[in-house]
Write a protein that binds this ligand. Structure first.
Ligand code: GRF
Length: 187
């Protein structure tokens, strides 16, 4: 079995979608949901879906070997699904090209520090873009700069609000993220 740990800080709708997608996969299992936020809704979703979960503080993730030990024991790959903390260097070093992130825009546009969640969609709207999309990429030491695995686009109309844009992007995420994860980890 290829084991995947999901790291998430928020609602976790992508995490839930991924867990359901792999629920009867013969080759891949979601082994853990890990969060840096003790009240993240993703933890409720994990519980409901019968996936083990654990919370680590930002400090524990950065400094403790316990977090790295758990990952080494429980995961072959790490998937970031709305994980807002920068992945510490020692974790990246231990999982080279084995950490996959999804970014809700077409990188290299709208990436980097501060570009997360609604900030991204508001900036896209402000710049009157006619399209946006998702970028699935490997994680390296710099925000949003690892090798791109896959991108998908969606059109934006002039009357789309940032919320409408967010909805369109989420649809793309649900549609593509699980299957791109499968393809990537089975390579
Ligand atoms: C997604 O839009 C993802 O691209 C970004 O954070 C959001 C997480 O949403 N990295 P959810 O928690 O999966 O609903």
């Amino acid at each position: 079995m290829i084991k995947i740990a999901i790291l998430a800080s928020g609602s976790g709708s992508n995490a839930e979608n991924i867990i359901k997608y792999f629920s009867d996969d013969k080759n891949i299992e979601i082994s853990y949901v890990l969060s840096n936020k003790k009240d993240a809704f993703v933890l409720e979703r994990a519980k409901k879906l019968g996936i083990k979960s654990q919370v680590f503080t930002n400090k524990e993730m950065k400094e403790d070997t316990l977090f790295l030990d758990l990952l080494k024991r429980e995961a072959d790959f790490i998937v970031l699904a709305g994980f807002l903390l920068k992945v510490p260097g020692h974790i990246i070093a231990a999982f080279p090209n084995k950490i996959i992130n999804i970014h809700p825009a077409l990188l290299p546009k709208y990436g980097g520090k501060g570009m997360y969640g609604m900030n991204v969609h508001k900036a896209v709207k402000q710049n009157k873009e006619s399209e946006t999309g998702i970028t699935i990429h490997f994680v390296n030491e710099n925000y949003d700069e690892g090798a791109i695995i896959y991108q998908a686009k969606t059109k934006i109309t002039t009357d789309d609000t940032p919320d409408d844009i967010a909805k369109k992007v989420h649809q793309l995420e649900y549609q593509h993220f699980p299957r791109v994860i499968k393809k990537t980890v089975e390579l």
